[in-house]
Unconditional design. Structure first.
Length: 77
């Protein structure tokens, strides 16, 4: 999934600007949370029949891209 931007959008008028799957109000973080709790792609597709497998993979790619270049600095105490 190289082109996650085809499936993920942010719009201040939708879900307060949270990233959502295009054409829906399903936030990316909801999909990630459900997958981290053990839900499979097939279970997600059954729960959200208007989503595609590609949109779910786009959520994973979006998350990966979001943290890929993140840097963590420790603060002196």
């Amino acid at each position: 999934m190289k082109n996650w931007k085809k499936y993920i959008e942010t719009n201040p008028k939708k879900m307060y600007g949270k990233p959502v799957i295009v054409g829906t109000r399903v936030p990316v973080d909801l999909i990630l949370e459900k997958m981290s709790a053990g839900e499979t792609i097939n279970q997600l597709l059954k729960s959200y029949p208007h989503l595609s497998k590609e949109a779910i993979f786009a959520c994973l790619r979006f998350a990966s891209e979001s943290v890929k270049n993140e840097k963590v600095f420790s603060l002196a105490s």
